[in-house]
Design a protein. Sequence first.
Length: 295
Amino acid sequence: MEHAVEGFLAYARIDRGLSANTLEAYARDLRALTAWLADRGLDTPARVRRSDLTSYMAHLLDTGRSLRTAARHRVAFRQLFKYLVEEGLLDADPALLVEAPRHGRRLPGVLSEREVEALLAQPDADTPIGQRDKSMLETLYSTGLRVSELCRLRLDALHLDAGYILIRGKGGKERIVPTGPVAARWIVAWVRGYRLDLDPSLHVPWVYASPRGGHLTRHAFWYRVKLYARAADIKMAVSPHKLRHSFATHLLDHGADLRAVQLMLGHADLSTTQIYTHVANERLRRIHREAHPRG
């Protein structure tokens, strides 16, 4: 098992280009699994069965790990066994049908559509910072980008005439994300507006360039979002990632296909996107309780 884990980590680092943080998390979780299996005499991947991995999931929960932590361990060992099968080192994948823990898992917080509108209305687009922030907020809600992807958005990734931007996400994977006409309009307003004062020759590659020649940091943008949320009198804590949650949930609320949302978000696994169906369903139940005479 230890040799298999080392091979997988090398593959994840070299072939998939995963970040150091992701690799460290995989290594930590897979070492815990390997130790647990070794205590039961399961020292090779070929000896591991689905029932063993299901028991391991139960062990994590029984020893006080959260549902989120158990789900993270599951992602790690699923990637390991998938790699072993694809490399021809294992005939069958014992992790394929191991279910994720679902009961009671925490749903991501989501802004209502009215709250989003109030938030987007806060920046003063007649000022340089306000125009930049308006463009960023509209783009974030229209595309569901990760905040790091938004801050590192490049000028050459813009294909606004065709209605999309090209994003290089986790693991270096590229995806096409539709922008929508409102976000496209604000991106153009910024790039052709106050941004030219910062970079008249468009030498800096970043859409949201900073005065120092780099790009706006995610921490700086997070701070701006907090200010606008407070000004909009939104009660819940608001972050750029909450706008990503809201993007996905609102799409599903209005009938979007789950796989289309998965592609736009850049999720490798559909099960990651499925959390938003639970959010949408919970919102429907709440509306029914509050609005129906027999709710």
